[in-house]
Each structure stands twice: as C-alpha cells, then as structure tokens.
Design a protein. Structure first.
Length: 266
C-alpha cells in the first residue's frame, strides 16, 4: 500500500500499511527525529506476518509541519488519533529514539492499547546539562538549515566503520535529514528536550523490551539501563557494533531480538 494521509488532530499525518492482511496482529513502528517511516525499511520483510503500520511523525516526511513548539504529549496524541482513525484497538509498538519517547508517552496515557512496547536507542529523561545542547541545535537549524547539523548527526547515528563501509545507506539517511522541515525539527526537538518520564515508568505493565546500540552516543547504554530499572519485568538487549540507528546498522541482530521478544508476547 502506498503512503496515504489522514487528518487527525487538525493536521495531516502520512502513514503506510504493509505486511499481512486482516486478522494478523498490528505492529506499529515510530521513527527517530529527522527521519521518516522509511527508516524502518530493513524491518519490513522480517515482520511480514504482522500488519505493519509506519507513520511520519508531525513535522516529518509527508506529514504536516506546523510552526511552534511541540510537546511529547501532543506527538503521542497524534499517534493515538491515527490508531483510532485506522480502528487499531491494540498493537505492538516499536519506537526508536524520538519514537521510543512517543512510545513511553503512549504507554503512560493509553496502556490498554499496547500489547507490547519496544524502546530502542531512547531515553526517559535528559539532565539539565543537556538542555543547552538541544537549544544549540535548534538555533543552528533555525539560522542555517538542516545542513548545519548533518555531519554531527551522522557521526552520532552510525559508527565510523558503518559510515565507511555503507556510504549508500548513510547517504539515504542524510537525504532524510536534509528533507526534514525546519519547523518540524525545531518543534520535535523542543518536545524531546523537555521529557521527564522516569519517575512514572513504574506504572507500565505491558511486556517491554529495551534495545540499545553498544556504541550509541546520543542515548547511551546508561539511559537504557535507567528505563529497564524503572519498568518492572522489562529486559535489556545491547546490540554490538551499532550506534544510534541500531535497526539500520545491525538489522539482522535488531530483527532477531525483536522477533524473539514478540514471540514471547503471544
């Protein structure tokens, strides 16, 4: 099915449905900042027995990018409204980085909707010292566009070895970063920089998998460990030889861990 659009929460959200037909469980993927739904292309074939929903978060891809400061509550509300519009009552939710933050907010707001939660390369809060880093990125993008943060973003997102050995894949992601609307990046960066979920994560009761690249600089293993400590019964998997976009850098390892987890939830 090609990319389609629905109007939810007074904006148009783009989404795509792939995989199995009616009757299969829903598996929903939520992408990182400065990407879009195609970030999950390496997962499509491995999970073709699910009904797969991928969507472009507000401010990204083919979704609308209104000006202003977004909130994580608002981004999760968009995701929930899309699920409602598509009559998806319950789903397995997989989010990476920003998508993982949306997943946490969704699990806190509408726990009955989630069959399971997978949080990859993400965080539940940022220390006060990190706020100036986000403010600097916002200032750079506002003044000079997305190219201003492109080199440092790619360095954080992929290991040096991957950047050298897979230039075509790095170029594909670089194109997604460049294509991200400034308003969307700024709005979502504001939402990300203000999250503080850790103290509330203990209320999450659905099966939860936390994954992180061993070489992730942006959301390091310590942040993943903090989430696992807060969510009772959750499990941590560290993916070797991967930085922030672990699903792209090590798709076979990522897919195997997710497949094993989903099988345990059935």
């Amino acid at each position: 099915m090609p990319v389609q659009k629905l109007r939810v929460n007074d904006i148009e959200l783009a989404y795509r449905i792939d995989g199995a037909g009616t009757g299969a469980p829903w598996l929903v993927f939520s992408h990182s900042l400065a990407c879009d739904h195609s970030m999950w292309d390496a997962q499509l074939e491995a999970f073709g027995d699910f009904r797969l929903l991928r969507f472009d978060t507000r401010g990204h891809g083919s979704s609308a990018a209104p000006a202003g400061e977004y909130t994580m509550e608002g981004l999760a509300s968009d995701a929930l409204a899309l699920l409602d519009a598509l009559d998806i009552r319950r789903c397995h939710f997989v989010g990476l980085s920003m998508g993982g933050k949306i997943g946490q907010q969704l699990a806190l707001r509408a726990p009955a909707r989630l069959l399971s939660l997978t949080l990859a390369d993400t965080s539940s809060r940022y220390p006060a010292a990190a706020r100036p880093v986000w403010d600097e990125r916002i200032t750079l993008v506002r003044s000079r566009g997305m190219d201003a943060v492109l080199p440092t973003t790619l360095e954080r997102w992929f290991t040096l070895r991957f950047r050298e050995q897979h230039p075509e894949e790095v170029a594909r992601i670089a194109a997604l970063i460049r294509a991200t609307p400034v308003a969307g990046y700024v709005g979502c960066a504001h939402a990300i920089s203000h999250i503080d979920f850790t103290a509330r994560l203990g209320t999450i009761a659905c099966p939860t998998l936390v994954m992180v690249g061993a070489d992730d600089q942006g959301t390091p293993v310590s942040m993943a460990e903090e989430i696992v400590q807060a969510i009772e019964g959750s499990r941590l998997e560290i993916i070797p030889d991967a930085a922030h976009l672990s699903n792209i850098e090590q798709p076979m390892g990522f897919n195997a861990l997710l497949r094993q987890f989903l099988a345990s939830c059935s």
